[in-house]
Write a protein that binds this ligand. Structure first.
Ligand code: PHE
Length: 448
């Protein structure tokens, strides 16, 4: 018990919402979602994505919330305390592997953002024409020093924040910056909607073409749902372990999923009209957003200033996500290996730095080095989101639905009059049957 009362807690409800939304909203919404949707048929992908969020995402999120808040322990500790000796303890280990992979490739993308931010600041003072966007991005990612350098700079920043502890670092930053991000996204949406290709962009996004529904697309949509909602790796579980007993789990889960999806859709409303207006193709992959954004800024009055604003906010959206990713293994190392917090976060960052380097080089020097036909970057991205997170999700959902005592789950979900009993019954069925079955069916369908 002594350990329990020593644990940090989020102090306010807005702090909780801000931190969990901060974890969910990040490059997953603004970089990964548009590029996945672009490659996989636009509207049909969006539709599949929303289905995955509702049918699989929400039950898994509530499973994680209930386990975390009910035990106030990190992933492995929580499972051990609810079912001693149970092999479900592998779930948090899968989560730790996934989190280290995600931290590695994610930091590379944040590195690109830092470079773009730097270039936008330079442009503020020296407004030279930007030139060919694709060539510009190609030159950046092929430059080993810059990409590796920025990746490491970012990891160091991440360390500086997380080593200071949960509450101060995370809560304060995300409370102010997330609403600002929403505002700037809306401004950019209006700008994009005034472009000549707006109609075509919106049609691509909102008119589903069902011939595009393929096995790999459905796996992609599910992986994206897990990635974007920060699920399947005990991240939301670990955050929920910092919730106090007054927080309403159901209300928070719906708010997070809603805001997260809204921001992903807004990002697409910004990107696709521009893609069609500038005659670019939506299938460009991870570089899509980075090639389109400069074109968008180039068209706006005061473009470089908007760019600086935008990249600063995107940077903060990203760092609130990476902080939560870092927190998973940091909490594990401190609670299970009894490391000090500083040492634990340093270890996490060091591992991510080692793997971050080959990810950063994947678009240049290591561009031809492929495993299963994928570069290190693509492999980390694919394996973590499309395989490890859904597998972790099945385990956590089955654990909450089958292993955990029904009263425990009810107590957590119904606390503070959050939802009536029938909702808990529906959710429990979703955790026991629907979510795991959907994930398994999608896997089998995808492997066929
Ligand atoms: N959800 C975050 C994003 O969309 C990324 C993330 C994945 C964070 C998994 C934590 C855990 O950017």
């Amino acid at each position: 018990m002594a350990e329990k009362s020593k644990r940090a807690q989020f102090v306010t409800r807005t702090g909780v919402i801000a931190a969990t939304v901060g974890s969910a909203v990040g490059l997953g919404n603004i970089w990964r979602f548009p590029y996945e949707a672009g490659m996989q048929g636009g509207g049909a992908f969006l539709l599949m994505y929303v289905l995955c969020v509702v049918v699989v995402g929400l039950p898994v999120m509530l499973a994680e919330f209930a386990i975390g808040r009910g035990t106030h322990r990190c992933g492995a500790g929580a499972i051990e305390s609810l079912a001693p000796g149970s092999w479900f303890k592998v779930a948090p280990y899968i989560g730790i592997v996934a989190s280290l992979m995600i931290l590695s490739f994610y930091s590379v993308v944040v590195g690109w953002i830092l470079e773009y931010l730097y270039q936008s600041v330079v442009q503020l003072f020296d407004p030279a024409p930007v030139g060919d966007y694709s060539a510009r991005f190609g030159a950046l990612v092929a430059n080993p020093w810059r990409t590796v350098g920025w990746t490491l700079v970012f990891l160091a920043m991440n360390y500086a924040v997380i080593a200071r502890g949960v509450e101060k670092g995370i809560e304060r930053m995300s409370k102010i910056l997330m609403p600002l991000l929403l505002v700037i996204l809306i401004v950019f949406c209006v700008n994009s909607l005034l472009m000549p290709g707006a109609g075509e962009g919106l049609a691509f996004l909102f008119n589903p073409d069902f011939t595009k529904v393929t096995p790999s697309m459905v796996i992609g949509a599910m992986g994206q749902a897990f990635f974007s909602l920060s699920l399947g790796m005990s991240c939301m579980l670990t955050y929920a372990s910092y919730f106090n007993d007054k927080m309403r789990l159901m209300g928070n889960a719906v708010t997070i999923a809603g805001l997260d999806t809204l921001i992903a859709v807004l990002a697409c409303v910004i990107i696709f009209p521009a893609v069609f207006s500038y005659g670019m193709t939506p299938e460009a992959g991870p570089k899509l957003v980075f090639e389109i954004l400069p074109a968008i800024f180039g068209r706006m009055t005061g473009g470089p200033l908007w760019a600086v604003f935008f990249f600063v906010l995107l940077f903060f959206a990203a760092i609130t996500s990476t902080i939560s990713v870092t927190e998973i293994s940091t909490a594990f190392f401190t609670e299970q290996w009894r490391m000090r917090r500083k040492g634990a976060s340093a270890l996490t960052i060091a591992i991510a730095a080692v793997f971050g380097v080959p990810c950063a080089l994947s678009f240049g020097v290591l561009g031809d080095f492929t495993i299963f036909g994928m570069t290190v970057f693509d492999l980390f991205d694919y394996v973590s989101s499309n395989l490890l997170l859904p597998i972790g999700g099945i385990l956590l959902s089955v654990f909450a639905g089958w292993v955990v005592d029904r009263k425990f789950l009810q107590g957590q979900l119904m606390a503070n009059h959050d939802c009536p009993r029938w909702v808990v019954t529906v959710l429990r069925i979703a955790m026991r049957w629907v979510a795991p079955a959907c994930i398994i069916v999608i896997f089998i369908y995808g492997l066929m």
